[in-house]
Design a protein around this ligand. Sequence first.
Ligand code: NDP
Length: 333
Amino acid sequence: MTTVREVRLKSRPVGMPKHENFDFATVELRDPGPGEVQVRNLWMTVDPYMRGRMNDVKSYAPPFALGEVMNGGAIGKVTKSNDPAFAEGDLVQSQYGWREGFTAPGKTVQKLDPRGLPPQAFLGAAGMPGLTAYAGLLRIAALKDGDVVFVSGAAGAVGSLVCQIAKAKGHKVIGSAGGPEKVKFLKEIGVDHAIDYKAQKDLTAAVLAGAPDGVDVYFDNVGGEHLEAALNAARLFARFAICGMISIYNATEPQPGPRNLALLIGKNIRMEGFIVSHHFDLMPKFIEDLSGWVREGKVKWQETVFEGIDKAPDAFLGLFSGQNTGKMLVKLA
Ligand code: NDP
């Protein structure tokens, strides 16, 4: 038997989550039964959508159960296999995150072929966040020649890919993120006009300073003031891909919509929300395009890594105070 540590949801947060909402437990892993594998996790992801899963509210992803181990994306290595489809040492991707290891049916994990990429990239740029950027920009916002693109949360996992995909396709990109270090990072990845939103009195003016004729595409990761500024700065027939609204995930009261929503009418703006799981059909094309952009040096990514399962809550909480540049990850082994 092998002993592993796991993170459980101890209580449901009100507002910003705190360490006291999480609990740690040590559990013994049973040997795999027929058709099962035992896996040692190497990496786990923390993502903003997990905040919604801490609430007892029906949504597109089910709530975490109180007192139970949490879950989410993870990359691990098979340590014991009782499933002919897997051998010891195989890399696998699963939804058994927030724990150092597990025993589970082989059919609930997927073999991972890293194709020369670091395995953890499949939790970030080459995984769900990357596909979110690709689907949101190309399918939802229907990016077309000449579009000027504005991205909020631009230095994060999704946002930094949106910026680089738009640049790879030859567009002018305005990116907004919090703090001078992130502005520096945005410039490094080719963003034409990088905004430190925390230092702005007038976000609309900051966007228009980079796009004097306005923006055609807005990729929203943040909501709130950023969405209002995007509406103000939008050009006629602009398309808004509404991907996330992290600025309100910890609100304790329902938040008002943008005060200038009526601009949708006169500017003929199309605003569309989306969830990446409805766009998995794009994955093969996305990976093909991404591989090309990586080879050509047009797309690169950054990770912010916390070490050890004990730091998983810190990594998760860090998403809400902007502690990550690029993908926030927890290294487990
Ligand atoms: P990020 O890597 O972007 O991390 C979150 C970032 O959000 C932080 O680094 C911080 O950056 C910023 N942030 C946190 N609080 C605030 C705030 N109050 N106001 C403004 N910015 C804030 O996360 P992801 O790339 O994983 O996700 C980005 C967005 O995309 C999220 O809204 C997420 O929910 C959404 N998403 C949606 C999906 C879908 O299918 N629709 C799939 C995946 C993600 P800074 O320092 O710049 O403030």
